[in-house]
Design a binder for this molecule. Structure first.
Ligand SMILES: [Zn+2]
Length: 115
């Protein structure tokens, strides 16, 4: 994908702090250095310290599925790091089960408990 610094800057300003924390920690390897600078600048502006970032990194790595490249596997349903891998049905138009596939789920999408 084409890297557009203005779009990244606009995204960074409206992103949740949690999203920014995920990107500068468990998704760090996949990020453009310029984008990381913007995200770290924004976190700093929001009063998030280096220690807060390190704590977030540690908490995520304790639960997330980490890929061989060192980044976290992404949830199949959102951008959070996935905590669990499991089988489910791929659904056509979100309704008709078509074929079973592996889904990655964060804690908000059934990564803990149910399924
Ligand atoms: Zn999710």
């Amino acid at each position: 994908m084409h890297f557009d610094i203005r779009r990244v800057a606009a995204y960074v300003r409206r992103a949740d702090t949690e999203e920014l924390l995920d990107r500068v920690t468990v998704y760090r390897e996949g990020m453009e250095p310029a984008a990381l600078d913007l995200m770290e600048g924004e976190l700093d502006r929001r009063g998030v310290t280096r220690a807060d970032i390190a704590d977030h990194d540690e908490a995520r790595r304790a639960t997330a599925l980490i890929l061989p490249d060192g980044t976290a596997a992404r949830c199949s349903f959102c951008d959070r790091p996935a905590a669990r891998r499991g089988w489910g049905w791929h659904r056509l138009w979100g309704r008709l089960p078509v074929f079973p596939r592996v889904f990655l789920r964060c804690e908000a999408h059934g990564g803990k408990g149910g399924g």
